[in-house]
Design a protein around this ligand. Structure first.
Ligand code: FAD
Ligand code: NAI
Length: 475
């Protein structure tokens, strides 16, 4: 007889492993199945985020930022560092250690919460007595049954039609994190989040980087003023971004990749690079789940169809994270995982899509929550805007990083904060205050009246709130 569980989670990424922990905390007998393998073939839970996404990319961003600081910014502090070199192998080994620490942390959390972990691929099988069995194909094959099933199988990189990833010359996010030497010339297709983050890593380390973007506007989802400020900074750094291109034939040879494209003026161009990273979005992953066998409904993009509570069309089957609609972000996946576990326990799971923060971990960092000025205009909402430049912030000056600003948008009548947009140092940390404020429906006046430590970057948020009422103190 197959092992029985209250809750089976398929996928051990941020959506899945967090759902499993919350379900266990709520007293359920939980199994989590994940197929990711480390280089020795052992388990490596944590999904895309831990293995080839959030965590390793931030490790490389950190290393490359240190390198750039040592090369370009130490001197202004009176520190001389000559002959600064990058040992790429060591940088990658450090990144792998950080990843492993996270994998091990999750395995420890499974043990701590008495979650049964299965290493292998889970797929649906119709059970003879009704309901579903989940077949786990790992080192051995076994079947388990669960009263409730949570699917959290994530997403995969989208390839350009006709140009599969070979991970040697044409790289997905996976290969982009394993480039063994700094390429002389690096091309990227797509100036979205991965394009900018990975482009920044290799530019800082010395590569000549060109990003080809299909859309005519840079970072279309970002507040226009913030996107413009960010673009100015990237241009200054030498990150070459060509907008409005149409990518044509891509040829891979022994020495590199040649990309034919037309530029925004419609002129035929070509770009020859040593490596090409394709970062044009991701596709939901249901490979191997055997969804057809049980009639699980997918949409035209291949995402699992869910309602507002993450329920699928099958009773007792839920889905969360990248494999369903909504932003493909680790913290969104986690929130959904927790909410589903709580709904299974009869509680009120809570995910507020209006207050999910976005962060792009470039330098300057870009972070936002809520609506942009363009969205408010399109929605016909009357708003007030206030912004404050880091140039006028004492801490930013002391840090030597005064690029950018904090911008706050508030309802013209009620003063409720509708959006906060930041480009500049530590935007990833500063945005948390804005998320809390919006979650509690704070007004700009609330932030303006809160005491912020001096000198701190967060004073720029307070000043942006004061600017909404045209009463900044330091600008
Ligand atoms: P995943 O993390 O993809 O996990 C799914 C897991 O399920 C995987 O381990 C997979 O092997 C497993 N699986 C799939 N099918 C099966 C099966 N049938 N049986 C068993 N196991 C299965 N987001 C952020 O919020 N911040 C960031 O800084 C950030 N940086 C990123 C950088 C890069 C380069 C990339 C590619 C993504 C980044 N993301 C970031 C996005 C983030 O990684 C995803 O949103 C997040 O991982 C989604 O979590 P998930 O649990 O839905 O899926
Ligand atoms: P993306 O959606 O952020 O950007 C893709 C870009 O490629 C877009 O600008 C799009 O216009 C462009 N594009 C699409 N097809 C094209 C084509 N044929 N030619 C030229 N340009 C084309 O996707 P990306 O960067 O691949 O990242 C995937 C997702 O992973 C992100 O949307 C995000 O959800 C997540 N992520 C989050 C991070 C973070 O939170 N810091 C970091 C990295 C990824």
């Amino acid at each position: 007889m197959s092992k029985q569980f209250d809750v089976i989670v398929i996928g051990g990424g941020p959506g899945g492993y967090v759902a499993a922990i919350r379900a266990a905390q709520l007293g359920f007998n939980v199994a989590c199945i994940d197929e990711w393998k480390n280089e020795k073939g052992g388990p490596a839970p944590g999904g895309t985020c831990t293995n080839v996404g959030c965590i390793p990319s931030k490790a490389l961003l950190q290393s490359s930022e240190h390198f750039e600081h040592a090369n370009k910014h130490f001197a202004e502090h009176g520190i001389s560092a000559s002959d600064v070199k990058i040992d790429v192998a060591k940088m990658l080994a450090r990144k792998d250690t950080v990843v492993k620490q996270n994998n091990d942390g999750i395995l420890y959390l499974f043990k701590k919460n008495k979650i049964s972990f299965f290493h292998g691929r889970g797929s649906f099988v119709k059970a003879a007595e009704g309901g579903y069995e989940i077949k786990v194909a790992g080192a051995a094959e076994e079947s388990i049954t669960g009263k409730q099933i949570i699917i959290a199988t994530g997403s995969n990189a989208r390839a350009l039609p006709g140009t599969p990833f070979d991970e040697e010359f044409v790289l997905s996010n996976d290969g982009a994190l394993r480039v063994g030497a700094v390429p002389k010339k690096l091309g990227l297709i797509g100036s979205g989040v991965i394009g900018l983050e990975m482009g920044s890593v290799w530019r800082r380390l010395g590569a000549e980087v060109t990003i080809l973007e299909g859309l005519p506007t840079f970072l279309g989802a970002v507040d226009e003023q913030i996107a413009k400020e960010a673009k100015k900074a990237f241009d200054k750094q030498g990150l070459k971004i060509e907008l409005g291109v149409k990518v044509g034939e891509i040829k891979t040879g022994k020495k590199g990749v040649s990309i034919a494209y037309t530029n925004a003026k419609g002129e035929a161009q070509s770009l020859d690079v040593d490596k090409l990273i394709v970062s044009i979005g991701r596709v939901p992953n249901t490979i191997g789940l055997n969804t057809e066998a049980v009639g699980l409904q997918l949409d035209e993009r291949g995402a699992i169809v869910v309602d507002g509570d993450c329920k699928t069309n099958l009773p007792g089957v839920w889905a969360v994270g990248d494999v369903v609609r909504g932003p493909m972000l680790a913290h969104k996946a986690e929130e959904e995982g927790v909410a589903v576990a709580e709904r299974i326990a009869g509680q009120h799971g809570h995910v507020n899509f209006n207050t999910i923060p976005w962060v792009i971990y470039t330098s300057p960092e870009i972070a936002w929550v809520g609506r942009t000025e363009q969205q408010l205009k399109a929605d016909g909402v009357k708003y007030k805007a206030g912004s404050f430049p880091f140039l006028a912030n004492g801490r930013a000056r002391a840090l030597g990083d005064t690029t950018g600003m904090v911008k706050m948008l508030a309802d013209a009548d009620t003063d409720e904060i509708l959006g906060v947009h930041i480009v500049g140092p530590q935007a990833s940390e500063l945005i948390a205050e804005a998320v809390v404020a919006m979650e509690f429906k704070a007004s700009s006046e609330d932030i303006a009246r809160i005491c912020h430590a001096h000198p701190s970057l967060s004073e720029a948020t307070k000043e942006a709130a004061l600017a909404v009422d045209k009463r900044t103190l330091n600008f």
